[in-house]
Every structure is written in structure tokens, then in C-alpha cells.
Ligand binder design. Sequence first.
Ligand code: BEZ
Length: 386
Amino acid sequence: MPIAPRRTLFTLAATACLAAQAQQPPLKVGLMLPFTGTYAALGDNIEKGFRLFVNEQGGKLGGREVQYFKVDDESEPAKATDNVNKLIKRDQVDVLVGSVHSGVALAMARAAKESNTLMIVPNAGADAITGAQCAPNIFRSSFSNWQPGYATGVVAAQKGHRRAMTITWNYAAGNETVKGFTEAFEKGGGKVIKDLSLPFPNVEFQALLTEIAAQKPDVVFAFFAGGGAVKFVKDYDAAGLKKTVPLMGSGFITDGTLEAQGASAQGLVTTLHYADNIETPRNTAFRNKFAVTFRTNPDVYAVQGYDAAQLLGVGLAAVKGDLARREPLYAAMNKALVDSPRGRFTLSPQRNPVQDFYIREVKGHYNVMTGIAVKALADPGRGCRH
Ligand code: BEZ
């Protein structure tokens, strides 16, 4: 039998390899995020963070080129099922990434569970997503609402505050964050004397601020984010409360909002799983690359988007892009050690980040880390059976 020359063998092998790669269609990533409304800037930065990581990998994850499909969910839970079905049924995406608003993400998670679509939540903290409604195909690269609430409660009690009032939007994110705060604050010896709320995304705070002034608590705990957080922090200051009742919050009240809040935010103390000045080569490189690429500074939302792509990348690398291999895909994602700009994190058995929560203080245009509120805080994952 004639022996093929070495060059011919090499060419045959290379051709076979190229053919194998060519068989892999692009990876369809469905981004369901708010691009309008009070959370628009949050959705925008999540997308930027996600794309930044993919671009750093040459536009591919697990050897497959990434193709994006986008839906603006408007932070509107009533439209969420129709919106997510545009991605699942019409576009037939391989992976769902979303969303910001807890109510929207809960509807997405139901659809992802029913259709067995891989889903990564890059913000929304709804406790049930990695709790009672958990599923093996649903992961989170952000936090549960309980986590930042609990961490802030620890810090508020440590500061010696005893009588607290809370104020938030009346939906899952606000209510669950307040619950986490109350749990830790009361464990630390404090008492929440009154919970105030208004419907999402209402920003008519005046009557509630008047009530705070009348009750004179030691501290106010607030959950707001995006455009609503900008208005709340400014109104709190304008009402004269900043000078008399310390305002604390999960860090969403000052993240991505400082330019617009100006002097009203200076000195506010919050807790979150990210701070602008984390001095690690990983965070510095991320911040520089983000700023150069997008001509704007990153925030916690950009980090969570970046890490959603990292987590997906870990899973896809383990199965060489073959999403049908569910067991090894999930196993790799479950045991991932994500090298995040926030610091390395792992996932809980319910697939929610186990991560450090930082104490931050607003100084100039930055949320500056001043200490650690709770190390390696894990959501209890209540009710998760998968
Ligand atoms: C939420 O709805 O889960 C949420 C929105 C903005 C910031 C943090 C949480």
C-alpha cells in the first residue's frame, strides 16, 4: 500500500479538524435585559460586561462563535413570559442571560425550567431563583436579594444603631432585601420600627420622607437602584435628612449613579459584593479594559455581566461547545472558581455566588471599600430541592 507523504497527512488532519469545527454552529445567546426605563443603564452595563469577556476570548466560547439576540424587557413582569418566549421559541437561543428586575427574572426562570434552557441570571436577586424555584439549568452570577440586605444589617448593628426604618419599592427585590436586613439587624440587637414602601418604579418619596423625619430612627435602610436610586438619594438630602438620620443601603443605591447624585451621595455607607477600588491585578485590568473599550467606568452590573460570560465559558470549555452534554456542562459550572473582578467566588449547591460583601463609602466618584462586612456569605437557598 503506498504511503502518503507527511505533508499530505498533515493537510488531511488539518482539514478534518477544520471540518469538525465548521460543524459547530454559532452559540445563540439571548440577552433579555431592560434597555429602557429606570433600570436601562443597568441592562446596558451588563451587556457591555458580557461582550467584553467574549471579545477577550476572540468572540468565541467553547470554540463556538457567539451570536446575540436581544429583547428589551422594560423591567415589566407582565410582559416577561411573552418576551422570553421570543428568545426561546422564535430565536431558539441556546442560553438565556437575564434579567435585572426580580419579577421579570422569576418569569424567565419558569420558562427556562419548562423548556430546559440554560439560564444565567446576571443581576436579579429574587431569592426563589436559587431557592424554592431552583433548577439544575439555572445559575446566577450576581447575588440573592437576601445577601446584600443581610450584610448591611450586620454593619448597621455593629455601628451601634438600634432603631431602624426601611424604605423600598414594593416588589420581590425590595421586600426580600429588607427581610435580609431585618434578620441580621435584629440578630445584632437592633429593631426595625417601621417598613415603608411605594410601588415600583414610583419616585414620589415626599410623604415617606416626612414620616421618617417624624419618627427620627437611628438609621434608615434603603433599597433602590438605577434612576430611582438617583432621585431617592437627592430627595433624602434635599429633605434635610442626610444631616440628621444616617442613610444606609445595599450598594445599589450608589452604584452606577454617582455622577447623577453628586454631593447628595458623598459619605454614604453601603455594602455590596463589589467596590470600585479593589486593588487586585484582576480588577485593575478589568476596569482599564472596560474604560478603554466603552469610554465609561464599569460598575457592579458590568462585573456581573462579565462574570455571567465567564461562568458560561467554563461550562462550554468543559464540553467543547457541545451544549447537549448537560451533565458535564452543569458539573463544570457548579464547581467553577470564577476569577471575578470582585474577587474569586464559587457557587453554592443552589448555584448562587458565595462571595465577600464589602463595606463601601462614597468618596468623590467612587464607592471605596473601607472593610469587609461578611466574608464568603452564602445565601441559605431555602426551599431548593434540585
Ligand atoms: C432586582 O430586581 O432584583 C434588582 C434590581 C436592581 C438592582 C438589584 C436588584
